[in-house]
Design a protein around this ligand. Structure first.
Ligand SMILES: *Cc1c(COP(=O)(O)O)cnc(C)c1O
Length: 219
């Protein structure tokens, strides 16, 4: 079951800031996705490759699928034919594999670089030194990917100051590289903010929020 009222109020409130809403539908049935689709939603985010493939096969072809989970290199080939944006690129090797598979599929795939901003060790992503290294390597050869921006997950915390600090960190790393423009690097997207912290994330510069439980209920 989706919460239609909440959907309408979120879309209404983010319209003014030109923020994109990605509806995170992991573990939820295709009927829920269809319900939101019928209200006009087109961007959906999934975390698990098999689940994404199953749903993609059953749902309208104009849905923009975002992969937001940790992507294993050996599974890239399964999503490359249809994926719209791969948000969780957390290593150079993954970026290279996406490039190879996208080449085979005759596509160029948009990617976001995942940045480690949370305190928890378990969250994936680049730290600043690794990011510097990534942008100093020769990315020009990766002609089948385009880096569109950065993505991050804040700590699982209620501490507004901490969350704000983490979001600011992502925005400042984005700012550091936003003028780094090459044929396959155009940074315009900052994907941050989830059900509990999306308003704060928007205040701190988010251009794309990923919201699951507020829309679809608890998982
Ligand atoms: C599950 C998930 C979300 C959505 O989380 P909610 O708290 O349910 O809104 C957003 N981003 C990522 C990377 C996720 O895994």
């Amino acid at each position: 079951m989706i919460n239609e009222e909440v959907y309408k109020s979120i879309t209404e409130s983010i319209k003014l800031t030109h923020t994109t809403l990605v509806a995170v539908s992991k573990t939820k049935p295709t009927s829920d996705i269809e319900a939101l689709y019928n209200l006009g939603q087109r961007d959906f985010g999934e975390n698990y490759v098999q689940e994404l493939i199953d749903k993609q096969g059953l749902l309208p072809s104009d849905i923009r699928w975002h992969f937001i989970g940790h992507l294993q290199r050996n599974k890239v080939k399964y999503i490359v034919p249809f994926i719209y944006l791969i948000q969780g690129v957390d290593s150079y090797n993954l970026l290279k594999e996406i490039n190879i598979q996208a080449g085979k599929a005759n596509r160029t795939i948009d990617c976001l670089i995942q940045i480690h901003i949370a305190q928890e060790e378990t969250k994936f992503g680049f730290d600043e030194a690794e990011l510097d290294e990534l942008f100093s390597t020769n990315l020009a050869g990766l002609t089948h990917i385009t880096i569109r921006g950065m993505m991050g997950m804040a700590s699982f915390s209620e501490d507004q100051q901490l969350l704000r600090k983490e979001f600011r960190r992502l925005t400042s790393l984005f700012d550091k590289y936003k003028n780094f423009i090459t044929p396959n690097c155009h940074l315009s997207t900052i994907s941050m903010g989830m059900s509990g912290d999306y308003l704060l994330a928007i205040e701190e510069g988010s251009t794309m929020v990923r919201i699951g439980s507020l829309l679809f209920g608890k998982r």
